[in-house]
Design a protein around this ligand. Structure first.
Ligand code: ATP
Length: 229
């Protein structure tokens, strides 16, 4: 479904990512792990279209999307839950959800909203509440819901558990399991690399922009008590 071919990204003179290369099928989960500044967000944002790689290309379902803008990638089903969520605090829950699916036809909007409310009943209960008044966990659910409004084929999630309580983190992973069961490809960044690696199928370990290791998540050297089978 998604082919990322040798992409390198720069911010001015700084090369933040060197030659990242992987493929991902529907229903597969890729964990991006590594310390701060390793290049994880850069890789996520290059797939979402907010950073254009210096070289290499990104192919979705056979179409080269490397140079198309973020909103066109969104309409092709690349959903993003960005680091820090980036909600509109002064809009209601429902309005935030609608912004997530704006690139799709309005005719399917109520059906897509209904789908999100089925997954997140708490968002339904708070549909008319301002996003800025929600708890951190509810805001993360809203960020998920907003991306799900796109009917994503690939879901990018940057820092899934940052600042959340353990019970909410468990809920977030349950949402990921739901996405996986719907054949959605997931790229996941989590400061808790053990949790991400235990859940994912594949992993890329980045260090100062270089791929230090990649392979099956359960074999990643960073995974404590690495499961070898
Ligand atoms: P973190 O967990 O801290 O978010 P990360 O692995 O996601 O780290 P990136 O945010 O991709 O890492 O950053 C990779 C490198 O690129 C770092 O050296 C960072 O300082 C640099 N960088 C990131 N964004 C910019 C920017 N907008 N301008 C210049 N340099 C940047």
């Amino acid at each position: 479904m998604l082919d990322v071919n040798n992409i390198t990204c720069r911010y001015g003179p700084v090369t933040a990512l060197h030659d990242a290369d992987f493929t991902l099928e529907g229903g597969e989960v890729l964990a991006l792990v590594g310390t701060n500044g390793a290049g994880k967000s850069t890789l996520v944002m290059s797939i979402a279209g907010h950073i254009i790689p210096e070289h290499g290309n990104i192919v979705l379902d056979g179409e080269d999307i490397t140079n198309i803008p973020p909103y066109q990638r969104a309409s092709r089903g690349i959903g993003l839950v960005p680091e820090g969520r980036r909600l509109f605090p002064d809009l209601t829950v429902k309005e935030n959800l609608i912004t997530g699916g704006y690139v799709l036809p309005r005719t399917s909007e109520s059906q897509r909203l209904e789908h999100v409310f089925e997954i997140f009943p708490r968002l339904y209960e708070r549909a008319n509440q301002l996003a800025g008044s929600l708890s951190g966990g509810e805001q993360q659910m809203l960020a998920f819901g907003r991306a799900i409004m796109l009917r994503p084929r690939v879901m990018l999630i940057d820092e899934i558990s940052l600042g959340l309580m353990p019970s909410v983190i468990i809920e977030c992973y349950a949402v990921l399991e739901n996405l996986r069961s719907q054949n959605i490809a997931v790229i996941l960044v989590d400061q808790n690399s053990d949790a991400a690696l235990a859940f994912a199928d594949k992993a890329i370990w980045l260090e100062t922009g270089y791929v230090k290791w990649q392979g099956k998540a359960k074999h990643c050297p960073l995974l404590k008590e690495s499961i070898v089978s």
